[in-house]
Design a protein around this ligand. Sequence first.
Ligand code: PFF
Length: 452
Amino acid sequence: MVSRGNWGGRLGFILAAAGSAIGLGNIWKFPYITGIHGGGAFVLVYLVCILIVGLPIMMAEIYFGKMTQKSPVGAFEHFETESKGFFHYHRAGKAMKPFYLVGWLGVISAILVLSFYSVVAGWAWHYLYLSFSGFSGTDAEVTSLFGKLYVNPYLQLGWHTLMMGITVWIISKGVSKGIEKASKILMPILFIILLGLMFYALTLSGGMKAVKFMFYPDFSKIDAEGIIQALGHSFFTLSLGMGAMITYGSYLKEDVNIVKSSIIISILDTIIALVAGVMIFSIVFSYGLKAASGPSLIFKTLPVIFAKMPGGQIVAILFFILLIFAALTSAISLLEVAVSYFVDEKNWTRKKATIILGFFIYLLGILSAVSSLKIMNESYLDFFDNITTKYFLPVGGLLTILVFAYGIDHKSKMEELGFKSWVYFLFNWTIRIITPALLIFIILNKMGLFKI
Ligand code: PFF
């Protein structure tokens, strides 16, 4: 049996898990979807989703990992129950429910997500490189930089190679010497840069307008599409639905409280998204630009402003370092999901698993880096992004919460979570009915089967 590794301490686990959660989702995606959906009301819906969808699934995932000390496939297999009924398979002469498939879905999702996540993180590397010589020229010239990068496969591949190389290097060092150490260095720097940028941005003329935009709910601006986006994003941002928290939870020793840790990780993730939003909108409003510019908000809109604002070059450098650090601590958690499966179930050494999987994911990422390649009329990047965030992750999250709610007895859950009985009562009905219902609602909606 190859040794799996453990966290050195509670802080290491919290920083690594927060590092997984805090990523491109917080600094790139959350601000732009908040911009598109009109601000405050969307933020409020998002916070409710974190509470009733994200938090329970986070607790379930950390529970599965901590209790079984196994990667997602092994963890789900551990809880398989004997039952014939609909959909079963035979193991050692018994009819079992194939829960392990949920773990498999997680491993496949992690591989697909990392393949394009690394390419998008590569854009941040390119923009950091551009920031060193400073953004200058007309608005159209600065905006066109993104198009030039997007159509240049060699450039995109180069940055993708660098990003995957660093990810593989950290993971090959192991749980405490690789993931934990990297998180302990990168996360505090990330917090400091973000706070510094936020205070600077608030001194600009658009600061108060940004705070009002983010925290003053105008319900006439939120529609069904916004609610679905908020729901879906609430668990992407917390790294749920693909076993990342199961994997990180599996390296925990006994002494960590699942409920407290889940709350701390979710609060950190939420604060970072809100701070990133306030910071970005302060800058955008101060220069009279639009909040609703979509995915290009940070790669086109912000550089136009960096070219104009006093100290813009330093702000740009810090901003893209922030983005890269956030992406890196998430990318390592994605690779770890896949690596832990091969280490646990196939007895591969960590080095072998890391190199083979890292290389495979790197090759898969080439499809996303070469933007002229298309599948079903869209780029591979959009295709992989869509199938994972629209289908695989919600389905993974749904199955995880169902196994947790219905497959594990009350006594074990109560003991491990340590809830008072009335809190457990509320929690139990939330995870049995409300969380699954909301997830089913997202999945059906994305499939076009249910419209509101
Ligand atoms: N939570 C990350 C983000 O917000 O960017 C993305 C992510 C990382 C999702 C790891 C899932 C995961 F397993």
